[in-house]
Design a protein around this ligand. Structure first.
Ligand SMILES: O=C(O)CCC(=O)C(=O)O
Ligand SMILES: [Fe+2]
Length: 313
């Protein structure tokens, strides 16, 4: 049934059916599918028997990179570097968590295309990042073929800056530059996110939706849909840590781009050069199996092609 809408993730299909016979969800996946469809997020126990050992090794290995003594219970942990992007390149456990095959297989069934991890973020403390939709940072054609998996690497209490989200906000419009009457391509906006914040605030006000926080147990993970508004709460107690890993996933056979720096209507797209963490291989930008090469790369030789990724996230 959902195969009619093959350009829409199964879990976001306008004819969503948790009992979709084509998807053949098992009992747990059906539950996750229903939560993603209705609320835009789902909580699972991270399926890795070695998780605890991996987490402790990651803390020991990445800890010194943040420039703070994270083991001293009396010090402010929020004054150092808050994140390491793409630690999968230097840490095998980060890579293993991102490449977990049970997660990839489940996401692939939930979305109806093969999932692959493309970015990791490791945080020792709360991000205190304002409410946002990841769709401003990384989106796809067709849209919504992106999701985040946020893993708690310790128990997270209310004062440690827990993740928050607005249930159901994944169904609100995906705010893009066209809707805001602004140009994004080649813009030198300092922040990808800031220009969108008044619009996201207006949507929250119009819907009257209250944020919920995820007071996670170590080893729990939260999957969020591409357009779910989420962020990091204020870390009331700066002496606490809030170890977590976010892995962002894309799906095969899509165009991968940064909407904040694109003008879709004119075809000017900030395409991303994506590498799958699972196998370290590039994933071409593709639309209906056709490889898409940006116009300004078509006349260049391969040795002239640099990264078109903008320097953020
Ligand atoms: O961990 C958080 O507080 C939010 C992280 C986040 O929004 C992201 O990685 O997309
Ligand atoms: Fe995010």
């Amino acid at each position: 049934m959902n195969t009619i809408f093959s350009g829409v993730p199964r879990i976001e299909s306008p004819v969503f059916d948790a009992d979709d016979p084509d998807a053949a969800f098992n009992a747990e996946e059906r539950h996750v599918a229903l939560d993603l469809n209705t609320r835009g997020y789902a909580v699972i126990d991270f399926p890795d028997p070695e998780l605890n050992d991996r987490i402790e090794r990651i803390k020991a290995d990445l800890g010194p990179h943040y420039g703070l003594d994270l083991t001293n219970p009396e010090t402010d942990k929020t004054i150092g570097e808050r994140r390491i992007q793409d630690a999968w390149r230097i840490n095998a456990d980060v890579r293993a968590i991102a490449s977990n095959t049970a997660i990839i297989d489940m996401l692939s069934r939930l979305y109806g295309r093969t999932a692959f991890p493309f970015q990791t973020l490791n945080f020792p403390v709360g991000t205190e990042q304002g409410a946002h939709s990841d769709s401003a940072h990384f989106s796809s054609f067709p849209e919504r073929f992106m999701c985040g998996v946020w893993l708690a690497m310790e128990d997270v209490g209310a004062d440690a800056g827990p993740l928050f989200y607005y249930p159901g906000s994944h169904r609100w419009p995906i705010v893009n530059n066209g809707m805001l009457g602004r140009r994004g391509y080649d813009s030198n906006a300092h922040s990808a996110q800031t220009p969108y914040e008044p619009a996201w605030q207006a949507l929250r006000d119009a819907h009257g939706t209250q944020a919920e926080t995820f007071l996670a147990r170590k080893g729990q993970a939260l999957i969020w849909c591409a357009n779910l508004l989420h962020g990091g709460s204020r870390q009331n107690n700066p002496k606490l840590t809030r170890w977590s890993q976010v892995t962002h996933y894309y799906f095969e056979n899509c165009i991968y781009y940064t909407p904040a720096f694109s003008d879709e209507a004119t075809g000017r797209l900030a395409l991303r050069n994506i590498i799958s963490i699972s196998d370290g291989q590039p994933r071409d930008n593709k639309y209906l199996e056709e490889r898409i090469i940006p116009p300004d790369q078509r006349r260049r030789r391969w040795w002239q092609i640099g990264s078109l990724n903008k320097g953020h996230r």
